[in-house]
Design a protein around this ligand. Structure first.
Ligand SMILES: *[C@@H]1O[C@H](CO)[C@@H](O)[C@H](O)[C@H]1NC(C)=O
Ligand SMILES: *[C@@H]1O[C@H](CO)[C@@H](O)[C@H](O)[C@H]1NC(C)=O
Ligand SMILES: *[C@@H]1O[C@H](CO)[C@@H](O)[C@H](O)[C@H]1NC(C)=O
Ligand SMILES: *[C@@H]1O[C@H](CO)[C@@H](O)[C@H](O)[C@H]1NC(C)=O
Ligand SMILES: *[C@@H]1O[C@H](CO)[C@@H](O)[C@H](O)[C@H]1NC(C)=O
Ligand SMILES: *[C@@H]1O[C@H](CO)[C@@H](O)[C@H](O)[C@H]1NC(C)=O
Length: 353
């Protein structure tokens, strides 16, 4: 009986930990195109993300929403972001061209709460970087205290019942630099390099690099084809290595989109091609040179964008929202500036344990 009891949660855990995905790539075009960096990502998730877009100006007072000793800050930069459930920022770009993407990492572990350390809810972790930093280097140099420990903790709680909220971040900037952040065994682990253009999901980043070392020398003739994260990592790394160098913005966006679409997961009955992998719901392409945020639905046939310079994202600006739930999708095509409406901020999910 006791064997049976421990078996059931294991099976459940296997299902849950395999339940979500996402892929990310940073692309840089040629000197003729101003070395434009575009960061593309897919959002693969087991149920709809009930998203909206928000334009947040500078000067917003933030609270880390992690109970006592929450990190407090005032946004230095404005940003445009995508929410999940209007509870968390999960993707976005700021006015300096810093891009942050949140992806699932089943192997993540935020550790136990140490109440003498400041903390923030996972719902604001991505927003914290958009609010505070202009480049990946700047963010990388402000992660740890003098003892080499993370300056703050991240706290998380379930949003979708039965699915632990475990995420890692990829940060990219207009110079093509990258910073990957993962919480492993309660410690913040960072990987900083222009070479780290690709990220998917579990296992942790160092292991993805090791697996890719096997595939990369033979990738011209052989690549793994399932939707599992390590397979998507190998394929996306191969596409990134040989993608043509664009000479204009249109083809730079198209090249980025082509790579992300090629590692997207079709909408299919779960378990047909790869067991327990979620379908792609949407994709974004953040152009760090034009400061334009492209958003592509994978559950409708529509594609739109928004140019950050069309908003007042200075301290004088106001928060604007673009709803994506229960809207006429034929109005979610092309430039979205006119469709944003003034709105209060959503309430970031609190997590005080
Ligand atoms: C683009 O990159 C090349 C090679 O690194 C460099 O020589 C050139 O100055 C860069 N151009 C711009 C506009 O940054
Ligand atoms: C997403 O929206 C649908 C439709 O309004 C709702 O039924 C569902 O509960 C929402 N999901 C979450 C996690 O909020
Ligand atoms: C927060 O701090 C107050 C005052 O110090 C204390 O009474 C309360 O128990 C603390 N709450 C938590 C969740 O630690
Ligand atoms: C909690 O954090 C404080 C301040 O950083 C540190 O001195 C202490 O060792 C930590 N406690 C544990 C159990 O890690
Ligand atoms: C793969 O093909 C490209 C394009 O032909 C070539 O430049 C590259 O050297 C090849 N890589 C390997 C590892 O054979
Ligand atoms: C904000 O508005 C004030 C008053 O209209 C103006 O003086 C100031 O230049 C504006 N600041 C920015 C950053 O636009």
């Amino acid at each position: 009986m006791s064997n049976f009891k421990s078996f059931v949660p294991l099976v459940l855990q296997f299902f849950i930990l395999q339940a979500s995905a996402c892929s990310r790539v940073a692309y840089t075009s040629g000197a003729q195109d101003g070395n434009r960096t575009i960061i593309g990502r897919s959002m693969d998730w087991l149920i709809p993300t009930n998203s909206s877009l928000y334009a947040f100006p500078a000067g917003i007072q933030r609270n880390g929403r992690a109970g006592n000793n929450s990190v407090q800050w005032i946004s230095k930069y404005g940003s445009v972001i995508t929410t999940a459930y209007d509870l968390a920022s999960v993707d976005g770009m700021n006015t300096e061209g810093l891009v942050v993407n949140m992806l699932y990492l089943a192997d993540g572990d935020y550790g136990a709460r140490n109440s003498s350390k400041p903390a923030m809810s996972l719902s604001l972790w991505l927003q914290y970087f958009l609010d505070n930093y202009a480049t990946a280097s700047e963010a990388a140099s402000d992660l740890y205290d003098a003892n080499g420990e993370a300056k703050y903790q991240v706290r998380s709680k379930e949003v979708v019942q039965g699915v632990p909220s475990l995420q890692h971040l990829s940060i990219g900037d207009a110079m093509g630099d990258n910073l990957i952040l993962e919480w492993i065994d309660g410690k913040l682990v960072s990987h900083h390099s222009k070479d780290y253009t690709v990220m998917t999901n579990e296992p942790q980043f160092t292991q993805q690099l090791a697996i890719n070392d096997y595939w990369s020398p033979i990738s011209n003739s052989s690549l793994p084809g399932t939707d599992r994260p390590a397979d998507r990592f190998a394929r996306l790394s191969h596409y990134r290595a040989y993608v043509p160098v664009a000479t204009d913005m249109i083809s730079a966006v198209a090249n980025t989109a082509g790579m992300i679409r090629a590692v997207s997961v079709p909408n299919e009955p779960t378990g047909i091609s790869t067991p327990n992998i979620s379908p792609t719901l949407w994709r974004t392409y953040s152009d760090t040179l034009a400061k334009t945020y492209f958003w592509e639905s994978a559950t409708t046939a529509f594609f739109f964008w928004t140019d950050l310079s069309q908003f007042d994202l200075s301290k004088n600006g106001t928060i604007m929202r673009l709803p994506l739930m229960n809207v006429d999708w034929t109005r979610r095509v092309g430039d979205m500036k006119a469709n944003f409406v003034k709105a209060p901020s959503f309430n970031f999910l609190e997590c005080d344990s």
